[in-house]
Design a protein around this ligand. Sequence first.
Ligand SMILES: Cc1ncc(C[n+]2csc(CCOP(=O)(O)OP(=O)(O)O)c2C)c(N)n1
Ligand SMILES: [Mg+2]
Length: 884
Amino acid sequence: MNAPLPTAMLHALEHTDLDPGETAEWREAFLALVAAQGPERARHMLDELARLARAERVGWQPGLNTPYVNTVAVQDQGVFPGDLAIEERLGSIIRWNALAMVVRANQAYGELGGHIASYASAADLFESGFNHFFRAREGLGAGQHRGDLVFFQPHSAPGVYARAFLEGRLSEQDLMHYRQELTAPQAGAQGLSSYPHPWLMPDFWQFPTGSMGIGPISSIYHARFMRYLTHRKLLDCTGRKVWGVFGDGEMDEPESTSALTLASREGLDNLVWVVNCNLQRLDGPVRGNGRIIDELERLFAGAGWNVVKLVWGSDWDGLFARDLTGALVRTLEATVDGQMQTFAAKDGRFNRDNFFGQNPELAALAQGMTDEQIDRLKRGGHDLVKIHAAYAAAAAHKGQPTVILAHTKKGYGMGQAGQGKMTTHSQKKLDDGDLIEFRNRFNLPLSDAQATGLAFYKPQEDSAEMQYLRAHRQQLGGYLPRREAACDALPVPPLASYAQFALQAAGKEMSTTMAFVRMLGGLMKDAALGPRIVPIVADEARTFGMANLFKQVGIYSSVGQRYAPEDIGSVLAYREALDGQILEEGISEAGAIASWTAAATSYSVHGLAMLPFYIYYSMFGFQRVGDAIWAAADQRARGFLLGATSGRTTLGGEGLQHQDGTSHLVAATIPNCKAYDPAFAGEMAVIVDAGMREMVTEQRDVFYYVTLMNENYAQPDLPPEAHEGVLRGCYLFNSYQRSPDGREGPISSKRVTLLGSGAILTEVVKAAELLAAEGIAATVLSVTSWSELARDGQACEQRALAGDAAPGVPWLAQQLAGTHGPVIAATDYVRAVPETVRAFVPAGRRYLTLGTDGFGRSDTRAALRSYFGVDAEHIARVARQLMA
Ligand SMILES: Cc1ncc(C[n+]2csc(CCOP(=O)(O)OP(=O)(O)O)c2C)c(N)n1
Ligand SMILES: [Mg+2]
């Protein structure tokens, strides 16, 4: 969608030319064609020439870069629909309050931190969106807009607070408690979180972006999930957009760019990214020796995105128009970002001498301008008119996602104190002179005393500014960001209706993975809940025996299935469909978890509760994408993560990089994650049932992590009285005692208690049988969740410390109360997992943990369990030693 460039710019792009005369003839012919027959014919001719060039193998490749100028040509800009003067005044006020908020916090407490320079560069990009594009949710009723999704650059949060202050959504007291969430309530204020954190500000922030890279990938999968909802006819999301403002430095995160081709492949024209190209990151230039805008243009264009470059402000239009020799474009194209940053950091005089002074043509261009005017030449991302034109082009673009590459200055307007300075990212102190200069720079109606005193400024309610701000937000559906949680509560079918086979397994052999997949198949048939289930896999459905679901519910594809699958006649046929239910994400755990997050937060983002089950190799979860799970927790996700083929010895031959011995350790560190390691299908069924109720019926902001095994073994019945224990973390599984002659005998004086979880519970049971045969009575507790046991124990402890007269007895202690002897705990995870409950083992009882510390390796399960010391033999030996 590149607009024609003035002829002069074409001159600028000339290469070394062996026959300029001939070149001129070709050029004239082409220009004549454009003039006479228009761009369509010209494009046709170029296509034809390109085809010929390829056929003749001349080795020509089309470049992906366009000239270093705005994509939207001046003549295509359209009329700016706002009041520029008012918007600029509003922008200045918001800039000021954002700055004042950060400087104040740091004057009071130097340790609080915060950022000024990022928002200073992004302010106009945000404000254009707020005034003209970002739609808020009107409501959940028919015909009401459910709102755009807006991802904000995290360290620009002060600007979003400053706007909410003008909107009357935050008070001056709130602004004074930026980054002071604990102290704020004492002053009757709301603390403002450092970055967008829905966990900390659940009525405000929707999307956590504080960890670079997670916002970008998340925005793509949210946009795709909206398509999924629409195609499955669950919710019509047409007309809603996902906007994301991200940093140019942030684009270096692998997550940022890893799903670009998914966005274009899916034709996500509901997605617009604005990359704030202030040319700097924290330490220095993003690409000092190159140009980040060029690099990103090639990357995004190559990935199939619509690229809109927003490089220069309106006051450059005249310069380009007067530049008949192309010197300006040529010079800009020869200027690397490190140098551009220096130009940003210096004054008008310096720029006249060192930029425009580079050659006589440029010097002539600058002749009519004062140093002040040169200093104020705006980059595209600071010009509200140009920004509006770029956003409008992006919003109207069909068939592709759009990225707007917005050229800005980091620390814009911070003058000597920070604009374009290497250290500007962390600048949060401004002296009186700097503050006065900033006030002057943005014409703020503040006295010297108010400026140096960092007074917040809010125009009168009846002022033109406030009326403008309110009217524009009203037109766009209300204020934003605003997180909501209202959604429909979903009924969960009775457990027996889909899991009877697991509860009364009667010794049938199966793995917990098989049981889970069978249950999932049953649940998806439930008329109410079924359609809301979102099964997600990262190219491992066959590994987990889920291929039957392909045919049953289909794999989501935005284009249906355009081929006859090889296995078309089979009951397991690979069926893709527009209304397919399974999200098959391919080999991208980062993508799959982003997808899961989109589904798991649908209740809030769309007002429609969905229930995702993402099943994956447990090793590639918390270890591989732990930070993304942490962000999902922040976003108050509700759904199931199923860590399949779990355990360090149970996966068998797969070895060091596949065998997970730690995921439960990490899961335990996430406050709203409930993690379970059930041994049996019945336990798993009870956990899934409770989880569904808690999340979609009671609507609590928790998510469940359940590990599943691929080992087949006999599945016992689960008695109803065990259900509570399963959910609380452990229950009495069985007691084993025999007299030496092999008959059931009286209680031996030698007694031991064994705790086991997951696949190792079967080893524990075998150990108990071995011990019983030797006259040592063994009681076995099945531990379904170490972390729930630990949390419960800690809660009792906390209550006791707080002076509660009835703090309660930890569940583990209660369960151990009727048992005897030393306690031995064994798991397929590192010892640190069972160590987390040590404090809640009754006093005087020896507690010994067995686990799988060290690197995994390949061998049979038996050999691995022997090696790590978690097999029945080893457990029994340890018990004997403790008896002796
Ligand atoms: C995963 C991650 N790594 C590092 C950081 C620390 N960090 C915060 S902002 C920033 C620089 C951001 O630069 P850029 O994306 O260009 O944004 P700008 O401030 O320049 O607008 C860094 C390194 C982070 N927040 N997340
Ligand atoms: Mg940057």
